[in-house]
Design a protein around this ligand. Structure first.
Ligand code: ADP
Ligand code: MG
Ligand code: MG
Length: 880
């Protein structure tokens, strides 16, 4: 087996297509090398070695050593240096790289191969002793913490202390001799902490680092990340070993990170940060403040790369163009400049905000780089949520506390937490939380996930916090340096204000502003890009998209977001108003037909008004109205005062009503007296509702001159007989109304399919239904025998233990509930080929479920108004 693939060293064994075998980093290093870009020579140990390692009790394949020696020899030859050579030593970096970039994996070790002999060789061959000793101490620091497990604070504390004693501020001010001193201290730390001297043999160092990368694949941080992101453990990680280039060799050297387009807005401008005379992750570590690359983005006190290193900058512009054209996507590039020569160390698709994803997709399609279809598939539907979310109300009063970098846009307001754990605690209690950290690391990712927004006091636009927050769609303000965070005291101090954990804070990720307290928000305005993409999506999707809405506001929102009708109007939501609930209580509580008729009559004008308004807003688009569904108990008078009100209104004895109330109460209401069962026991309710619908439809038809075709939906049907009975009653009411008004009306009567029995007998039910709407919330509850309101205490554990692939209330259980939907579709269509089929559960707005609904051939999905754009895009992607 070939376990090792070389790049840059005379030959390239890999390419970008080999991501699964070489990991993302290795595959792209080979690809960049293939297209002639300057990549320091190296090789990739494949992900298969990782799998073999774990399959064989943490043993390497026997051929690995020989292959590694050969690959090393090729690198030595390409570089004209030798690994471990006392005069001109080859140094390498050891870098992890899984298929997808994965925080939590081992950090990179740079300058590997240095020891007390080779450091002298490096000093001589480079003619720069300061550089050589700086590199050596960096190596011990990284290897010590990453491979040997020494706490990195030990090293940092020692360095801080030394700098204080020397009266020096920047690392770059230390001389060779001073670094030698620090280094001696570092070695003592290693000896003290591990009980063994620092390994001097470069071969030991190399195998130690490789082992640490493979070992890190199973560390708790990586396991957590994989679980959060559904990454199988079987994928494994690759290891990249690469010859070093040095950004810390002087003023004509630098290291940096850049994006080919602005990852916040998507604007087609070059965007990046760099540091002169620095190495590796100094840029993102927040030790020194990185400088902008392009002059046009710099403030007067800054030192843009364009001016400082003009040759390398011009090269970088060419690389930017070339990589974007080659990969046809926005790239996130890591580079180093050694003595004015540019080297590329990594490229990958850049993480971006939803707004940027949208803009980049559209721009690239318009630039001819990608097709419209590709543009559609580039934008993750769920990310559109970010664009629809509120912004700070510009008219609201606010007190600005500080300003940081606008690292990830949007407005977030919440209570402060200073640790990821505290965020999770508070969020699980339903609080909105802002995570406040000096800087973030992969250990904080789960807290960032649970937070509304992230505030850091250190780090730039490419810092960990910024990159991760943008990727997750969390609001982020980074590097707000005037804020002082004290983890011990759990406080942040700024401008004379001290805020504690639990105090309110507001972030504006678009401007970088940090505000005291809670600032009100307003809905966002949607960009032209948004409607362009939606237009493209609409032109390719087959599924219709409707909204679940009953209030005029929701209906208006739904239309604004492009809903093609209402798929579910839950009429019970119309009964809870203070002017209405009394009537419905009287209706249920009385046993007198006359009193009941009176109560219902009182409700008619309300319902007629509701439907009239809805039909007006929807202007001829289909509106599916579900007749009263919820369990009776939701309408029963609860306390004594409510009972008294009903007694007074009905002129009845309160004791009799109390008895009636207990007679009506149920022990399992979700499977009790609800849905059409209610309509069957109290036909007057449905009759009133149907009358209101018919009268409203006629009125709006007349008013607008446009036919309103109401769709009346009967809930919780389990047998054809139920539907027949209710349907007949509805038709009789409509006939009455039409006779009274001497009018005609086109209408449909259909049913929800939300009980397993309904799906199983869908052929029979279809004979009496003009349409089906799959009520997948109840269908999930009844199929899994799982109460949505009670599952919270154990369902998460099911998902965690892999007993269910995901929460079946969020993404449809395709194998079980989905099979019933499929059966309902097939049987329904077999009995009535032109029957209209939709779905109106929460799943109607879930991209994964939508692709399933596309596959089974539903006609439309219906979801909450804010999910409508998500559903339009997901439907388009499902159709491609
Ligand atoms: P991460 O996956 O965390 O980005 P990398 O393996 O990309 O880790 O390494 C981080 C940084 O270390 C790189 O961006 C680069 O600056 C530096 N680095 C890695 N390998 C080399 C090398 N061979 N020469 C110089 N710098 C390197
Ligand atoms: Mg890193
Ligand atoms: Mg990197």
């Amino acid at each position: 087996t070939k376990w090792i693939y070389s790049f840059g060293a005379g030959q390239n064994d890999g390419n970008a297509g080999m991501r699964n075998l070489l990991g993302g980093k290795g595959a792209n290093l080979a690809e960049m090398s293939n297209i002639g870009l300057p990549v320091p020579p190296g090789f990739t140990i494949t992900t298969e070695v990782c799998s073999a390692f774990y399959d064989n009790g943490r043993q390497y394949p026997p051929e690995l050593k020989a292959q590694l020696d050969d690959a090393m020899a090729a690198v030595e030859k390409a570089m004209g240096l030798r690994f471990g050579d006392a005069d001109a030593p080859l140094l390498v970096s050891v870098r992890s790289g899984a298929r997808v970039s994965m925080p939590g994996m081992m950090d990179t070790v740079l300058n590997l191969g240095l020891n007390d002999q080779t450091v002298e060789g490096l000093a001589r061959s480079s003619g720069d002793a300061r550089f050589a000793w700086d590199s050596y101490r960096r190596f011990i620091q990284m290897y010590g913490s990453v491979v040997l497990g020494v706490s990195h604070h030990r090293f940092e504390d020692l360095l801080e202390q030394t700098k204080r004693e020397l009266g020096k501020h920047d690392d770059t001010e230390l001389t060779a001799e001073e670094w030698q001193m620090v280094l001696k201290g570092y070695k003592d730390i290693v000896l003290n902490e591990t009980g063994t001297p620092f390994p001097e043999d470069p071969q030991d160092q190399l195998w130690g680092a490789i082992g640490a990368v493979f070992g890190s694949w199973m560390n708790p941080r990586a396991n957590t990340y994989r679980r959060l992101h559904d990454i199988p453990a079987s994928w494994g990680t690759a290891v990249n070993v690469q010859s070093m280039v040095f950004g810390n060799m002087g003023e004509d050297c630098a290291t940096g990170v850049c994006f080919t387009r602005d990852p916040s807005t998507g604007e087609n401008v070059f965007y990046g940060e760099y540091l002169i005379n620095a190495q590796g992750e100094d840029v993102v570590a927040g030790i020194r403040t990185p400088q902008p690359m392009a002059a046009e983005r710099a403030t007067p006190d800054q030192n843009p790369m364009e001016k400082a290193l003009p040759e390398a900058y011009q090269e970088m512009l060419k690389v930017r163009d070339l990589l974007e054209r080659h990969y046809k996507d926005m790239q996130d590039i890591e580079f180093t400049v050694q003595s004015n020569t540019l080297y590329l160390l990594q490229t990958r698709s850049g993480k971006r905000t939803a707004a940027a994803a949208l803009r980049i997709a559209i721009d690239m399609a318009q630039e001819g780089l990608i097709t419209k279809e590709e543009a559609i598939s580039r934008v993750p539907p769920a990310s559109l949520d970010q664009l629809l979310h509120p912004i700070l109300d510009p008219k609201a009063e606010r007190k600005q506390l500080a300003r940081g970098l606008p690292a990830s846009p949007g407005a977030a307001t919440g209570v402060i937490a200073f640790s990821a754990e505290d965020v999770e605690d508070r969020a699980s209690k339903g609080e909105d939380v802002i995570l406040v950290r000096i800087e973030t690391s992969p250990e904080d990712v789960h807290g960032m996930h649970a937070a509304r927004g992230v505030l850091t006091t250190r780090g730039g636009m490419t810092s960990h916090a910024a990159v991760v927050a943008r990727g997750m769609g969390r609001v982020c303000v980074a590097g707000a340096g005037s804020i002082q965070v004290d983890y011990g005291a759990q406080t942040m101090t700024v401008n004379g204000h001290t805020l504690k954990a639990g105090d309110w804070l507001t972030l504006d990720g678009g401007t970088g502003a940090v505000y005291l307290g809670r600032v009100p928000t307003i809905p966002p305005t949607l960009s032209g890009d948004f409607s362009t993409l939606m237009g493209w999506a609409d032109s390719v999707r087959r599924l219709g998209v409707r909204a679940n809405a009953e209030t005029p506001e929701d209906a208006a929102t739904a239309r604004r977001f492009g809903a093609e009708g209402i798929g579910l109007c839950r009429t019970e939501h119309m009964f809870f108003g203070p002017d209405r609930i009394g009537h419905i209580r009287q209706m249920i509580m009385t046993e007198e037909p006359k009193a009941r008729a009176k109560a219902i009559d009182a409700l008619l004008p309300f319902q007629r008004g509701d439907f009239t308004e809805l039909f007006r807003i929807m202007a001829g688009l289909p509106v599916t109205i579900r007749l009263l569904d919820p369990p009776l108990h939701e309408f029963l008078p609860h306390g004594e005062a409510e009972l008294k009100d009903v007694a007074t209104a009905l002129g009845q004895d309160i004791e009799a009503l109390r008895a009636r109330r207990s007679a009506l109460s149920e022990s399992n209401p979700m499977l009790g007296h609800r849905g059409c069962r209610l309509g069957i026991s109290y036909p007057e309710i449905y009759a009133m509702q149907v009358r209101a619908i018919a009268e409203a439809a006629l009125a709006v038809s007349k008013e607008t001159g446009k036919a309103v075709i109401p769709e009346i939906m009967i809930p919780l049907v389990g047998t054809k007989a139920e539907l027949d009975l209710v349907r007949k009653a509805c038709e009789a009411v409509i006939a009455d109304v039409l006779k009274e008004q001497n009018a005609t009306l086109d209408y449909r009567i259909g049913t929800m399919i939300e009980l397993p029995r309904a799906a199983i007998t869908a052929d029979k039910i279809a004979e009496s239904a003009d349409f089906f709407s799959f009520g997948t919330n109840d269908l999930t509850q009844t199929t899994l025998g799982l109460s949505r309101d009670d599952a919270g205490s154990f369902l998460p554990e099911y998902v965690e233990k892999g007993l269910l692939p995901q929460d079946p209330f969020i993404s449809i259980d395709q194998e079980g509930v989905g099979a019933l939907v499929r059966m309902g579709v097939e049987k329904g269509r077999a009995a009535k080929p032109d029957i209209k089929l939709g779905i109106c559960g929460e799943h109607g707005g879930d991209p994964l479920s939508i692709s399933f609904f596309e596959e089974v051939g539903l006609d439309y999905v219906s979801c909450s108004p804010f999910r409508v754009p998500v559903a339009r895009l997901a439907s388009a992607q499902a159709a491609l």
